[in-house]
Write a protein that binds this ligand. Structure first.
Ligand code: GAR
Length: 199
């Protein structure tokens, strides 16, 4: 069974959706460890409640390379084969990316390459787009870049606030992250340049 390492910084609802799908037998994987760079991340508590290994590696004040080496060491020690960034609000160094080539996934709350970075839902509302959504992509050393595995569109309503829009996007995030994991685990794809070709 594929061993997942999940990296979070906060709430951890994407992590919980993955954990639920595993528990429900819909995803053939096991969570080897949940790592947070913030000790106060509610997702860490959620992992402990589920009796999953939950580790805090605080990033504050540490050089990126030094920090990433610590995280890679923990992931290796836990036998992690596939890394899932789930609201992990840090850019990964080349050292980290090279340690798990094409084996790191990220979820982002927009249809990339639109609205990378922070507050993607706010950016979408400000821009006035009619459709936004979410993306699961392989991670490279650039921000919210890397070959795209799955996207889901979410219409923007005239009455939307950041909260209402984020909630509808989040529902889709929870669905597509596990779908993307199924593909990444199954291995029935190839990467050609920026394109992920399925089947
Ligand atoms: C999610 O909306 C995720 O897409 C976003 O942070 C939230 C984390 O929620 N990630 C990014 O913006 C990454 N650039 P969660 O902790 O409940 O999964």
């Amino acid at each position: 069974m594929t061993r997942l390492g999940i990296l979070i910084s906060g709430r951890g609802s994407n992590f919980e959706a993955i954990a639920d799908n595993i528990a429900g037998g819909e995803l053939d994987a096991e969570i080897a460890v949940v790592i947070s760079n913030r000790s106060e991340a509610p997702g860490l508590e959620a992992a402990r409640r589920r009796a999953l290994p939950a580790v805090c590696i605080p990033s504050k004040g540490l050089d990126r390379e030094v920090y990433d080496r610590m995280v890679v060491e923990e992931l290796r020690w836990r036998g992690v084969e596939l890394v899932c960034l789930a609201g992990f609000m840090r850019l990964l160094s080349a050292t980290f990316v090279r340690a798990f080539p094409n084996r790191i996934l990220n979820i982002h709350p927009s249809l990339l390459p639109a609205f990378p970075g922070l507050d993607a839902q706010h950016q979408a509302l400000e821009h006035g787009v009619r459709v936004t959504g979410c993306t699961v992509h392989f991670v490279d050393e650039y921000l919210d870049a890397g070959p795209i595995l799955i996207q889901a569109p979410v219409p923007v309503r005239d009455t939307d606030t950041v909260e209402t829009l984020s909630a509808r996007i989040l529902k889709e995030e929870h669905r597509i992250y596990s779908e993307a994991l199924r593909i990444a685990i199954g291995g029935n794809y190839r990467i050609e340049g920026r394109r992920v070709i399925l089947g």
